[in-house]
Structures are given as C-alpha cells and as structure tokens.
Design a protein. Sequence first.
Length: 218
Amino acid sequence: MSRRKARAAKYAAAVAEYRKLAKRADQRLVRLERYSQQEKYQHVTEYAYARAMRDIRSWSGKDATRFNTKPPKNLNSLMAKINDIKGFLQSASSTIKPTSDNAIRNERGEIIGGGIDLTYQKRADTLNSRYGTDVSWENVGSIFESSLYRKLSNKYKSSKTAVRIIGKLQASDKDIKNAIDNKKSFNVRIKGEKPLEEAVNKTLRYYKKDISSLYKSL
C-alpha cells in the first residue's frame, strides 16, 4: 500500500471513530441539559459540559453546541478533536452515574468513582469529614475544575496533596479572603503537620490570584 493510501485509510478509520465518539458525547450533553432542569443538578452544566462547549466552539464557531459536525480535513486536527471528545467523555462530571468511560475501579475491579454522584459527592463528604468544611458537590466541582487544583496537582504530583491543601484553605476561607482583599499576609497553623502547613502557606504566598478565583466560584 502506498503512503498516500495508507494515510487515507488512517483518516477514514479516524473519521469512523470520530463519528461514534461525537454521537455519544452529544447524547451526553443532551442528558446534562435535561438534568440541569432539576434543582439538585442545576449547576451540572458548569463543569465538564462548560469545557466541552468551549472546545466545540473553538472547532465550529461561537454558535455551535455539539461535537458531531463535519470532521476536520487534516488528520492531525481530527485526532486533536477526537482527544477533546475523549476528554469530555472521561470526565467525572460528564455523567451523573459512572459509565465505562469515566468509572474508577479498585484493585478488585469494584467501581469506587466516576460520575458526579460517586466522585464529587464522595469528595464533598470526605472534605467535610476530614477538614470540618461544609461544601456541596457543586463546590467540589468548582474545586476540582479550578486552576488552583490543577497547579497544585502538577506541583506536588499528587491529587491527594492538592485536596488536602485546598481543604485547609477552605477551613480558613473567611480570614484568607479578608487578608487577600486587604493585601495582608496570612499564615495557616496546622498542629502536628509541619510539611502540610508549609505547603498551605506557600500556596497562600504564590497562588493568591488562583485562590481568589476559586473563592469566587464557590
């Protein structure tokens, strides 16, 4: 097979995958729109859905609302759009219950995460029990979609560390907001956990803008 034919065959296979994934993603978008009409899930379109809409409009224009449109002619662009679609499908906040795309399993194969109810609600319960906070799953959605969470996860190579830092910031949110608004320094004290205390206070020094943005979204 010539290189040209091989590339054409690869493109055709990518288009087939694109159509299959785009249809699934669009069905999921419709379901989220329906769920958003319910009081419990009224904020459901603010997370993976919102990110999907930004991706869709970057590909198809400001009025576009669905993935399944004419595929990009360039193979690299097509693969990039497929990756955007997969990112949405694999996001915990793209469904209410876990699916094959976003389910998280333990070593025994049991589903322990995935979907809003199992992921964000579970994380909300964990934050509240461990750090004395009072956050809802919507708050948790804002936390895990925030620039602060992404930056801390990358910095410490650990989502657990990022969550612990944010949890401590949440526990002192009023004092921290006041300090940031008045351009004053503020240190959090954590008895018996010096490394975590240092990490929290470094975050307060270097990520003020991200902390402010997170508090505004909660």
